[in-house]
Design a protein around this ligand. Structure first.
Ligand code: TMO
Length: 311
């Protein structure tokens, strides 16, 4: 009968509209980058585990922490879950201006990526006047090392994090005659240097950041002239400024909401606090766990934090 055929066609039509509205995530893997500091790698596996709980497939790729924004923009990588303002804000926004990468929200954790000293350097008054940066002028010898050419050493992170920012800042502040920047080969080299300096009770200035596992023990960031938009040499300024009290964002390829709607919905809700991120780093850098094991443990111990992201 004609009516029946029309009706069943209408029913089929409705069913397919319904299934489109509730389209399942693509079986294509969600590509998550891993970089070279602990919280980021643990969080990669934490977020991968959250996606897997939704039935998604994930793939992890080691990636350069600056070039990754272009990789996301062109679709080789799906997300970035720790976009730190000071180090990566410019690369993120440059990629966004070209099109293909979207802002997927901001974590609650406020960030700072800055030079600083362990708390005992302040408490033992090894360089009176710290953490005000001007105190550095009077005690380069406190921070001298065998390789620092008779100057104080600024132990910077790997150059891949933010290029020549610190050498440029040293010069802009008029400290180049007294201090020299040395780049660490990796984050572990910074933690090893902090541990040996503490053991010997000597002064040390290193790049560090918060949230990190070092928050628990106490780390004093140097107070430089305040950051303002455009103060950096790369942004047209004179470079005589500290790092921003910054944000921590998430980014995604613009197709991710369409290819993986359930995973994208969870990703957009994911919001980690300073405590969460400090815990993820500490499981590796204090407790000595592998990144994968740390993520498995963190997910098991903190369902109250992440389950709401998938509801
Ligand atoms: C990007 N980092 C947290 C190492 O400064």
């Amino acid at each position: 009968m004609k009516i029946r055929n029309t009706l069943s066609a209408a029913v089929i039509g409705l069913a397919s509209i319904g299934s489109q509205a509730m389209a399942a995530d693509s079986a294509e893997p969600i590509v998550i980058p891993t970089h070279n500091w602990s919280s980021q790698v643990v969080m990669a596996y934490v977020i991968g585990g959250i996606f897997e709980s939704l039935g998604d497939t994930v793939e992890y790729v080691p990636a350069d922490s600056q070039a990754v924004y272009e990789a996301i923009r062109i679709g080789d990588v799906t997300i970035s879950h720790e976009v730190w303002q000071s180090t990566f804000g410019a690369s993120f926004y440059n990629a966004m201006a070209k099109g293909g990468i979207i802002d997927a929200g901001t974590h609650s954790a406020a960030t700072l990526e800055e030079m600083g000293v362990p708390q005992y350097v302040i408490d033992d008054n090894l360089c009176p006047g710290l953490p005000n940066w001007e105190a550095l002028k009077n005690c380069p010898e406190v921070f001298a090392t065998a390789d620092s050419e008779g100057k104080g050493r600024w132990l910077e992170g790997p150059q891949s994090w933010h290029g020549d920012l610190m050498p440029t800042r040293l010069a802009a502040l008029g400290l180049s005659d007294q201090y020299v920047v040395k780049f660490a080969g990796g984050a572990d080299a910074i933690w090893a240097e902090l541990a040996s300096a503490k053991k010997e009770g000597r002064g040390i200035i290193t790049f560090n950041w918060t949230p990190n596992f070092t928050d628990a023990e106490g780390f004093a960031f140097i107070e430089f002239p305040p950051y303002t938009d455009g103060c950096r040499v790369a942004d047209g300024g004179d470079g005589a400024c500290g790092s921003p009290k910054g944000w921590l964002k998430k980014a995604a390829n613009y197709k991710f909401p369409k290819t993986h709607p359930a995973a994208y919905s969870a990703f957009s809700k994911i919001d980690f606090s300073s405590t969460d991120i400090g815990q993820m780093a500490a499981l590796v850098d204090i407790d000595g766990m592998s990144h994968q094991d740390a993520a498995t443990k963190w997910l098991a111990d903190h369902e109250d934090v992440w389950k709401p992201f998938v509801e």
